[in-house]
Design a protein around this ligand. Structure first.
Ligand SMILES: Nc1nc2c(c(=O)[nH]1)N[C@H]1C(S)=C(S)[C@@H](COP(=O)(O)O)O[C@H]1N2
Ligand SMILES: [Mo]
Length: 492
């Protein structure tokens, strides 16, 4: 079966993502945000178009070499497709190779009919072979139509897969959780305009992944395998079997390690799923502290992404889960439908595997997951952080009382204090919203008596272990940015 992900542009793009040095990848995420992949694809198409023109001109003089050049592009696409982490078979080379062969053949034939190769008398030659500008254009158009058709066939395949995934999602009625989430205390939501809502709506929830084409998984044929070191009873579960387990519902704030200080890659959602520790116990897995052989759980997605999580963390009582629901609906496709992991307190890249299909118990010594191979830390608990949501940088509020507000998070430890500093003044305590659970962020606000002029507002939080948010600014690599968030505003 030929997969849409194996198409030349997705393949070259994906391979490019795999090989991009981490700082560049970071920069792309920062600069283009969630449009980073669109930018990459447009870039590939633009480069291909340019090369096609150059090759076409070249082929007018060197027919065979030109055709060979077109074919070479296909080979690049094919190599890219089969080198992706998700490539399981050589059929992934087919879309690129077929396209390249067709392209090379058409170019060779067209140039032949144009009577090139004997550049001495092009006009005469074209007359004799009955070939004219119109014929050439018609043939070129036909070739374009044919290649578009081939591309269309590939996309149709992708569409039918999308339909099955969407249909299985729409048919899904989430069972009621045996253990519902605690009600959110009234005081957890401050009424301050501009502060992030306590629950992030799905449509606004940040998305970070390497998938150029969002995997389309049909829940009715989905399977999850749990196996590996120290697994006494390997498990294979269908989606229905997973739904049949005891479900828990929890509010958990998720954060990306690529989030800069003050950045947007953090969100809070209500997840429904199966407690991972329950499944691990069912499979006979023990944590290292109780003699278990595996200290790392490697989750693998249908697109070949791997994420490694400490087994100890997954079994220490926290609400680590295989989630099937997000904010009252089945997981959206781009947030991992049908099943993903969510682990309170750990950055997404070491815990939150979307489109999960395989869980392997192993050790940190014997296996490095995708991002660890690319210089990120093996273990990455979320750093204590706080963010000013309002006022925005360079805002020009009226002098007088200005409400400053934002969120602070230290998942699984809890936030105890948020402080604000105006310019070089003393730190003053902010008003903290009520705590829901230690796994969720807390809103905060501060009524600032703004005097006219330019001011720097800085925020910092202290978590429940008594640790103050680190002042030292660090990069996101290898284990998350640290530093205090500041905004400069001018009161008028
Ligand atoms: N299959 C897969 N799962 C993945 C990723 C990915 O690239 N592929 N990215 C991870 C990262 S880095 C983060 S921060 C979270 C983001 O989850 P979200 O997109 O639902 O916010 O998913 C994690 N799970
Ligand atoms: Mo992430």
């Amino acid at each position: 079966m030929v997969r849409p992900e194996a198409g030349p542009i997705a393949a070259v793009g994906g391979a490019a993502i795999d090989r991009t040095p981490t700082p560049v990848k970071d920069w792309a995420i920062r600069t283009f945000g969630e449009d980073d992949k669109v930018v990459l694809q447009l870039g590939i198409v633009a480069v291909l178009g340019l090369l096609a023109v150059v090759l076409g001109l070249f082929a007018l003089r060197h027919r065979r070499l030109g055709a060979l050049g077109v074919f070479a592009f296909g080979v690049v696409g094919a190599v890219a497709a089969t080198s992706r982490p998700d490539s399981v078979s050589l059929t992934d080379a087919l879309p690129s190779l077929a396209g390249a062969l067709a392209g090379a053949g058409v170019l060779y034939w067209l140039i032949g009919r144009l009577g090139a190769g004997s550049p001495a008398a092009p006009a005469a030659a074209s007359q004799e072979s009955g070939w004219d500008r119109r014929g050439f254009l018609l043939s070129a158009a036909a070739a374009a139509v044919a290649s578009t058709g081939a591309g269309g066939a590939g996309r149709a395949l992708g569409r039918s897969r999308t339909r099955e995934a969407v249909a299985s999602r729409e048919a899904l009625v989430l069972p009621a959780p045996a253990s519902p989430a605690a009600p959110v205390p009234k005081g957890a939501r401050l009424r301050v305009a501009g502060v992030s809502p306590f629950v992030t709506p799905n449509k606004d929830f940040y998305r970070v992944d390497t998938a150029l084409v969002v995997p389309k998984v049909d829940a009715t044929s989905w399977r999850l395998r749990i196996h590996g070191k120290g697994v006494k009873r390997p498990l294979t579960l269908t989606f229905q079997e997973l739904l049949g387990r005891e479900l828990i519902e929890r509010d958990i704030t998720l954060t990306c390690v690529s989030n800069e200080v003050g950045g947007p890659y953090v969100g809070n959602a209500r997840w429904i799923g199966v407690r991972l520790a329950d499944l691990l116990k069912e499979a006979g897995v023990a944590p290292p502290s109780r003699g278990g052989a595996a200290d790392q759980l490697v989750a693998r997605s249908v697109d070949g992404m791997t994420l490694g999580t400490p087994v100890e963390d997954l079994m220490d009582g926290r609400d680590a889960m295989l989630a099937v629901g997000m904010n009252g609906e089945p997981l959206p496709l781009d947030h991992g439908f049908p099943v993903r992991m969510v682990v309170p307190g750990l950055y997404g890249y070491v815990s939150a595997c979307k489109w999960i299909e395989d869980i392997e118990l192993t050790t940190f010594d014997s296996y490095d997951a995708y991002w660890v191979k690319r210089k990120w830390a093996r273990k990455a608990p979320v750093k204590t952080q706080s963010r000013i949501d309002t006022p925005k940088p360079f805002a020009r509020p009226k002098a007088g009382t200005v409400m400053v507000g934002g969120v602070a998070w230290a998942q699984h430890r809890g936030i105890d204090k948020v402080e604000i500093r105006i310019d070089d003044g003393a730190w003053q305590p902010a008003d903290l919203a009520a705590e829901h659970t230690t796994d969720t962020w807390r809103q905060w606000s501060f009524p600032w008596k703004a005097t006219p002029g330019s001011h720097t507002l800085t925020v910092r939080a202290t978590d429940r272990t008594g640790t103050l948010q680190a002042e030292q600014r660090t990069r996101t690599v290898p284990d998350g940015a640290s530093g205090w968030h500041s905004v400069v505003v001018t009161a008028e």
